[in-house]
Each structure stands twice: as C-alpha cells, then as structure tokens.
Design a protein around this ligand. Structure first.
Ligand SMILES: [Zn+2]
Length: 430
C-alpha cells in the first residue's frame, strides 16, 4: 500500500521533480570530466564543491593526510600522491535534537581500458533511450548527483531538519578506501549512514566479501632471446592454473554461496607486465590481482592461503624458474563486512520504499566491496545503522558502455530524501 506523504515530504518530492532535469545535466557534466582513480579527481571534486556551496551546504574540502592515517589498520598504502585530490564534505546543520544522517558516494572511477570498444564515448555523457552513458555514470557519479539532489530539494522545499545532514564525495573507493577513511577520521560520522553506491532501487546491502590485492613477481634471468632463459613469462600459465584450481577447490570444499551467488570465491588477475623487447628474455614478470573471500576468512588468513599456494607451485618438477614466485600485498584490502539487515537505517529505508512506492526492498549481498566498513568500524562514533542503497540501475560497470538508468535518479533521490526527513526529524512542517 502506498501512503500519502506528509506535507514536508510532498514538498521535497515535488522539489526533486522540479530539480531533476538540472541534475541530469549535472550528471552529464560530471561524466564528461574524467576522474579515473589515477590522480584525476581534482576537477570533478572542484565542481562538486562549488555545487555544494551553491545549494547552501557548508563545505570542507581536504586532502587525504597519509601521515595522519598510515598507522591505522584500515589504511591501505597507495603509490599515488594525494595533494590536490580532495575529499569534499558538505553539511546542512540541523536545528537540534534529531539523529544525524550521512550520505556517501565516490567520485573516483575505474580507468577506461579500451575506448574503441565503447559505442558511446566513455567521457561523452550521451543520453539514449533514458540511459546516460559514460565511465562512472552509474559507478558512482549518479550516487554523487543523488546525494546533492537530496540536499538541494530539502533546502528548496524550506524543510528544516532537526539532525545534521552530511554529504561526502570521496576519492579512492575503487582503489584503497582511504577517502572515506579520511572523512571518518576527520569526524564526519553520523548516527545513520547510507552509501549511495552499487544497488538497484529495490535492493540494499549491508554485507560484502573480503578482498586482498596482491602482486606476484616471477624472476628470470635477462638475456638475449637465444640465451635460453629461464624466462619468467613461461611460468605465468602455471601460476594462473594454480590460482584457478585453488579457487575451484575452495568453492567446492565449502559448497560456497554468498547470498544468491554460487561459487563466490574468486581470484582475478587484472594486470600482467613483463619484458621490454621481443628479442630479450625478460628479467621479471609481474602479475597483479585480487582475491575475494567470504567470512569467516580474514585478510591475514587469505594472504597466508596465497603464500602457501605459491610455495607449492615452485615445487612442481616442471617449474621453469630458479626462484619461487614472491608475493606482496598492495592496494585495496578489506575484511568481509557482515551487517545486520534489520538495522534501524535499513528498516527505515524499507519502510520508506514501501510507503512512498508501494514496493518491497530486498537485501542483497555483494561479492565486490565498498566503503561501509569505515563507518561501521570507525574509531569514534561507529554506527551499525548503515547500508548501501542506490544510485539505481545500470549496466557494464567497470566495462565498456557503462550506463545509468536516468529514471532512477528521481526515484532513488526521493527515497533517500524520505529517509532523511524521518531519520533526522523535521523541525516545522507547514
Ligand atoms: Zn562504486
């Protein structure tokens, strides 16, 4: 059953409808500004920060401070330079007495690998059949745009919240999670947190698998093409096979499933580099990838499994190299996150979706990862009232022709605004 929204809620929903065309354009503009997670986020974050000021938010734009974070277990070392790639936090202080709400979305995107494989240019922001195409359109610039739309609509509707509303546009969700960590360490936590990233309008997420990123180094002896090696590239197939069989074994041993996903344990080899010249035997070949594992595994146990596996590979009689492969763990690392789907913010979200849309919200668990952990495990004011919701539908995330279903912009923003009003409380409802 769909209930009639209160006066304040109706005004906010009306404001979202009024503002929506401008926010479609904002999403298009943001997609046209590349912010690939390779030190490219500056311009996009400048636009977000300027927009936050225009809609009356108090803005704090700050760089990730490695010195202040590096001793924390949740910090993931990064080879990148953080200067001039800020996190941007906008706040609308409440009138007092209500619960605070924080909306988080990430501005960084994964890189475009093969632009020619895109029918719509990755930074063109083309709109066709209600879909907006581009790298980051769905993951997660639509999330940024929805958070801003919620804050703007509440202001335009002249609704005063009792609790503070905070919107965080973070960097490095895709690579390290250090952007959200920096926000949390700077004090930007709240009684309730919604990460607007990675779900369709009828789903929410409180749990994800654990991930460790690794770099495997195969060492040969550099020399002329006719020197006979040992050639590290000759060992790549063996390592790949060992990793693949390990994953098959792990999934089979435990009859694993993670939510609806069968055989969820995975190892993805995402990068391989070795050699400089066709006529030379390379001195080294490096494989980089990620290992995803469900609970009760920990990052430490996952790393040990990989170390043990590689030690056995080098014992094969046909191992072509003199040295065993070495492995180091760099980049993204997160333990599995297991949240309570009945936590207060997830419950309120479900009730809001039922009330406003007459729809039932389903819990979904993800094989991927997100920044939820930084809020549920914050050193100061952690909250279990946290979930992922929005920005809505789309496809080809991380692939060619990523797109976002534009119809979900106002739908999800309306649901988020409904939660904000109920969670934070409304001071005066005219
Ligand atoms: Zn994302």
């Amino acid at each position: 059953m769909r209930a009639t929204p209160s006066g304040a809620q109706q005004r906010v929903l009306d404001a979202i409808d009024r503002l929506e065309p401008a926010y479609r354009r904002l999403l298009q503009t943001l997609v046209r500004i590349p912010s690939q997670a390779r030190e490219e986020e500056t311009e996009a974050q400048a636009l977000v920060s300027e927009h936050m000021r225009e809609i009356g938010l108090t803005v704090d734009s700050f760089d990730v401070d490695v010195q202040a974070l590096k001793h924390l277990a949740a910090f993931n070392p990064s080879p990148r330079n953080y200067a001039g790639r800020p996190c941007v936090v906008g706040r609308r202080p409440g009138t007092g007495g209500g619960r605070s709400l924080l909306l988080n979305a990430h501005i960084d995107t994964v890189p475009v690998e093969t632009p020619d494989a895109w029918a719509h240019p990755p930074f063109g922001g083309a709109i066709e059949d209600g879909r907006l195409y581009g790298r980051g359109a769905c993951d997660d610039k639509a999330g940024i745009v929805e958070c801003l739309l919620v804050a703007h609509a509440i202001k335009d509707a002249a609704v005063e919240l009792e609790g503070d509303l905070t919107v965080a546009s973070v960097i490095e969700d895709e690579t390290t999670g250090n952007g959200s960590l920096a926000c949390v360490e700077r004090g930007y936590t709240a009684d309730g947190v919604i990460i607007v990233d990675g779900t369709w309008p009828e789903r929410f997420i409180v749990s994800h698998m654990g991930h460790v990123s690794f770099r495997i180094r195969l060492t040969g002896i550099a020399g002329h093409a006719t020197s006979g090696g040992p050639n590290p590239i000759a060992a790549v197939g063996m390592v790949e096979e060992a990793l693949r069989k390990f994953v098959e074994r792990r999934n089979a041993e435990h009859a694993q499933h993670w939510g609806a996903k069968e055989n969820p344990i995975f190892i993805n080899l995402g990068m391989v580099h070795g050699g400089v010249w066709p006529g030379s035997v390379p001195g080294e070949c490096v494989l980089e990838g990620q290992y995803g594992f469900p609970p009760p595994g920990s990052c430490e146990s996952a790393k040990q499994e990989l170390r043990d596996l590689l030690a056995t590979v080098a014992h094969r009689s046909d191992w072509p190299l003199r040295a065993a492969p070495s492995i180091e763990f760099v980049g993204l690392e997160t333990p599995p996150e297991v949240g309570d789907p009945a936590n207060p913010i997830a419950q309120l979200l479900s009730a809001t979706v039922r009330r406003l849309r007459g729809a039932t919200l389903q819990e979904s668990v993800i094989v991927g990862h997100c920044d939820l952990r930084h809020y549920t495990r914050a050193r100061e004011r952690p909250t279990t009232a946290a979930c992922l919701y929005g920005p809505g539908g789309g496809r080809n995330v991380h692939g060619a022709d990523e797109y976002f279903e534009l119809a979900h912009l106002r739908l999800v923003a309306g649901n988020l605004a409904g939660v904000a009003l109920e969670w934070c409380g409304v001071t005066r409802d005219r």
